[in-house]
Design a protein around this ligand. Structure first.
Ligand SMILES: NC(=O)c1ccc[n+]([C@@H]2O[C@H](COP(=O)([O-])OP(=O)(O)OC[C@H]3O[C@@H](n4cnc5c(N)ncnc54)[C@H](OP(=O)(O)O)[C@@H]3O)[C@@H](O)[C@H]2O)c1
Length: 275
């Protein structure tokens, strides 16, 4: 039994936006497959959601940055009648690119790009055959422009943003939708993972809660929307990042982003972007 609303897969369900996507989907009657690396957090959430909403919840511990583990999971999920995929798991690396750990940079691309691509590819054929399904991809306003000191992260999110919007158009009329959720700053573990906890003290960033972002994403997904950017500040950031000519944008990034980065991270070196 899937729950009255069908099965939903949520990656990155152990915390932050993904946890609240799972909460919102369970409240809407979806059975769940919860995916992340932290088994304990997933099991705790699963027990709570089963008890509170009476839906079935499966836990799949998987390092989605590991191609072999990811393939096993993708093959398993491809045989299930999944009607919702929230491809949400992701993490940032921050700092001057040349100083970042190459293994972490590779894992970031594996997770933020390859895993979301592979899981979507695995689950779409079943959705299309059933003429029913929704894909929600968590991109970011960071994907609207290059972000110095988050070069790899912003590039991975540019992929997520573009991929989701292309699929949205491609899937029209099939009974399956694809929605891009592109948040601005959200208070989650995300910044601690990047060694940037200090950013959370920056009051000028318009912080949203993960509950609000997840709910906005689920509402947009239910309506088959192309794009959800929660909150007015993030909407402004999204538009500015997309449409400001680069010769105007880069001096602003240099003046605003690099000092904020330095104070948040205590960097020893700041790249020179004037060249
Ligand atoms: N917070 C923001 O300001 C913000 C803004 C825009 C976009 N986003 C995007 O929102 C998404 C969710 O991030 P969040 O803010 O909710 O951060 P978060 O609380 O750190 O959540 C990240 C989730 O991804 C999972 N994850 C990380 N590495 C993984 C791996 N190798 N394999 C499987 N799962 C993995 C984590 O679980 P485990 O550690 O248990 O594996 C966790 O459940 C990300 O794609 C992020 O890029 C965040």
């Amino acid at each position: 039994m899937s729950g009255p609303a069908g099965w939903a897969v949520v990656t990155g369900a152990s915390s932050g936006i993904g946890e609240h996507l799972a909460r919102g989907l369970a409240a809407r009657g979806h059975g769940l497959w919860l995916v992340a690396r932290s088994t304990e957090a997933l099991e705790k959430l699963a027990a709570e959601l089963r008890g509170r909403h009476g839906v079935p919840v499966h836990v799949r511990t998987c390092d989605l940055a590991d191609p072999a583990a990811r393939q096993v999971l993708a093959e398993e999920l491809a045989t299930e009648p999944v009607s919702v995929l929230c491809a949400n798991a992701g993490f940032p690396t921050c700092g001057p690119f040349s100083e970042n750990d190459p293994a972490e940079e590779r894992a970031e691309i594996q997770l933020n790009v390859v895993a979301l691509h592979a899981l979507t590819q695995a689950l779409l054929p079943g959705m299309l055959a059933r003429r029913r399904g929704s894909v929600l991809i968590t991109g970011s306003t960071a994907g609207c422009q290059p972000v110095p000191t988050a070069a790899t992260y912003s590039a991975t999110k540019a992929f997520a943003n573009s991929f989701a919007e292309a699929l949205h158009v491609e899937l029209r009329g099939t009974g399956v939708s694809c929605t891009l959720l592109a948040p601005g700053p959200v208070r989650t573990n995300f910044y601690a993972v990047a060694g940037m906890s200090g950013l959370q003290d920056q009051a000028f960033l318009a912080w949203l809660t993960p509950q609000r972002v997840a709910e906005a994403g689920l509402r947009g997904m239910a309506r088959g929307r192309r794009l959800v950017v929660p909150g007015p500040a993030a909407k402004a950031q999204y538009l500015a990042g997309r449409h400001t000519p680069r010769p105007l944008l880069f001096p602003v990034l240099r003046a605003v982003v690099l000092p904020v980065f330095r104070s948040a991270r205590g960097a020893t070196r700041t790249p020179d972007f004037r060249k």
